[in-house]
Design a binder for this molecule. Structure first.
Ligand code: 13P
Length: 254
């Protein structure tokens, strides 16, 4: 069976009460299903600790949606990797397109965050993907290659087993229309080839997730694609039934 991770990115949604309720529902569902796939949820910073407490004896992993690259300092409003580790996070999303677009995160900054997260023992979910304009201009692979090479600059081979990549074509995020099977297949194959060239000994084992309007209706088809090792899910992860439906499909794949 291929290794899979189904991760929910809750983005800036829910209040504490609703967040705890959703985490509780997912926890209960997971407890009654003997899962082979890894499941993780990435709530907003404010809810991480209470959710960490709620799910601590469950099979559900916990991730943040961002972090600073330094362990501490005078950076008002920021959260560091050791802080995340100290409250029970195992994952951190880095380089999401919404951070690249709205918060001007560069490949260089993302690289620093990935190195720091890995050094502090977190599993970075490193997001890459082209915009619609870049795709129309035929630059998809150049963009992805550049994001991978800059983002992973000086990342040590021995830490790669913790790295997870999420291919999220920007034009498929939040639109309700996922990328087509062939487009996902082609992009994942290209990402794998790029990783193998960069890391001949470790490039085969890095998980590559797909993200962008993944939901209960298309999960079966998308998760069956050969080099898709799970999903990073936005909207559909905000609803217990929709999210667990995706996990169920992941479980059925050999
Ligand atoms: P949607 O699933 O809402 O398209 O969001 C995808 C995403 O950005 C996950 O990080």
């Amino acid at each position: 069976m291929k290794q899979m991770l189904i991760a929910g990115n809750w983005k800036m949604h829910k209040t504490l009460k609703d967040a705890l309720e959703l985490a509780y529902q997912i926890k209960n569902w997971v407890a009654t299903n003997n899962l082979r796939v890894e499941v993780a949820i990435c709530p907003p910073f404010a809810f991480l600790y209470p959710i960490a407490e709620l799910i601590k004896e469950s099979q559900i992993g916990l991730g943040a949606q961002n972090c600073h690259y330094l362990p501490e300092g005078a950076f008002t409003g920021e959260i560091s990797p050791p802080m995340l580790v100290s409250i029970g996070c195992q994952y951190v999303i880095i380089g999401h397109s919404e951070r690249r677009t709205h918060f001007n995160e560069s490949n260089e900054l993302i690289n620093k965050k990935i190195i720091s997260a890995l050094n502090f023992g977190l599993k970075p979910i490193f997001c890459i993907g082209e915009t619609l304009e870049e795709r129309k201009e035929g630059r998809t692979f150049d963009i992805i290659e550049n994001q991978i090479k800059s983002g992973l600059q000086s990342v040590e081979n021995k830490l790669l087993h913790k790295l997870i990549i999420a291919y999220e074509p920007v034009w498929a995020i939040g639109t309700g229309i996922s990328a087509k099977t062939e487009q996902i297949e082609e992009a994942h194959k290209f990402i794998r080839k790029t990783l193998q060239e960069l890391y001949p000994n470790a490039g085969d084992n890095i998980l590559i997730l797909y993200g962008g309007s993944l939901n209960g209706g298309n999960a079966k088809e998308i998760l069956s694609i050969s080099d898709v090792h799970g999903g990073l899910i936005g909207k559909a992860s905000l609803d217990n039934r929709e999210f667990t439906k995706i996990i169920e499909y992941a479980e059925q794949i050999d």
